[in-house]
Design a protein around this ligand. Sequence first.
Ligand SMILES: *Cc1c(COP(=O)(O)O)cnc(C)c1O
Length: 428
Amino acid sequence: MKNYRIGTTCVQGGYTPGNGEPRQIPIIQSTTFKYATSEEMGKLFDLEANGYFYSRLQNPTCDTVAAKICEMEGGSAAMLTSSGQSANFFSVFNLATCGDHVVASSAVYGGTFNLFAVTMAKMGIEFTFVAPDCTDEELEAAFRPNTKAVFGETIANPALRVLDIERFANAAHAHGVPLIIDNTFATPVNCRPFEWGADIVTHSTTKYMDGHGSAVGGCIVDSGKFDWMAHADKYPGLCTPDESYHGITYAERFGNEGAFITKATAQLMRDFGATPAPQSAFLLNLGLESLHVRMKQHCANGKAVAEFLKNNDKIAWVRYPDLEGDVDHALAEKYLPNGSCGVVSFGVKGGRKAAETFMKHLKIAAIETHVADARTCCLHPASATHRQMNDEQLIAAGVSPDLVRYSCGLEDANDLIEDLAQALNAID
Ligand SMILES: *Cc1c(COP(=O)(O)O)cnc(C)c1O
């Protein structure tokens, strides 16, 4: 199933049933797996044989769905996690430890910013945040001898800044470290970061991939292209024996294609247990089957809504990368030629109070912290997802205090626009 177009991979990737086997992916709702002898099971523990023994580490249903996402991104190996947060945590913690440093775009999801700047800082991992449109000199100056990775989002949630993936990949590689891209908003339907030099991709599958607001989840995909052994001094976790795993050296045993995901599974999933339920993986797969069809409608609705808002005199500003004249329009044309996503950010004239009035009058769009769902939803990040940030951090993340994030669902664009119009009219 490697060489089909993205739409075919969305529907059929990851699973090819044999004769008489279920057409839909089976939900293997089992914590454990049976073996006849201790010896056979021991081989699994030693990573000498492939197979399942305990669903905290790996489960067949979850692996089937991970394999589909792996094909969609064009990667070499992938794993599901219980949330986007755990995917991003694992992706960085698999490379960096106490005393290490990471360069990250400042335009990232609020939860990711908190994970990096607060929680992982407590673990002794330091982050330097750079603006996605920083100068080459600023980007260069962010690196240190102990830098272990660069992190950014294809389309930042909710700032909608588009990352110049190629530029960040080149900078990362010049310093011998991989680029990790959170590709949640674009999805592999609209952008495949590996084609632009990214090394590892993460997802909050909770968003468009699931698409129906039914299961929180995450995914990590490895491109298999980063040469760990060539930078063995930086990555002892991958390039020297793991005493907690029978002296295995991941990069030697599993190569560039398998080392990263095997280590993340064997160490991080084993110890942190951020594993998804097989039932959630099944629901995610249902979402993936229509992702390529849904993304078209999300993007068409996003464009229609952005154009309506741009021409409305109650609106102070609109950000949508596909809009002509948008600050990131050129980057969107390069990285997102088929459309960006269904999320539109804008400011309502009259600031916070006007925004509140407007939001109160919306009838179709529900006020939710959720985004990228079949049902249109709307949020004021400064008072919700980003409320832990001060004004300075908000600005750095590209989130002005008056920013409203409007996530176009799959409804008819004309109804969304009429709803927006009546809610804007309610502002005096
Ligand atoms: C929502 C989101 C996350 C966090 O994912 P959860 O599934 O909510 O844990 C991470 N990154 C981006 C870009 C997101 O939108």
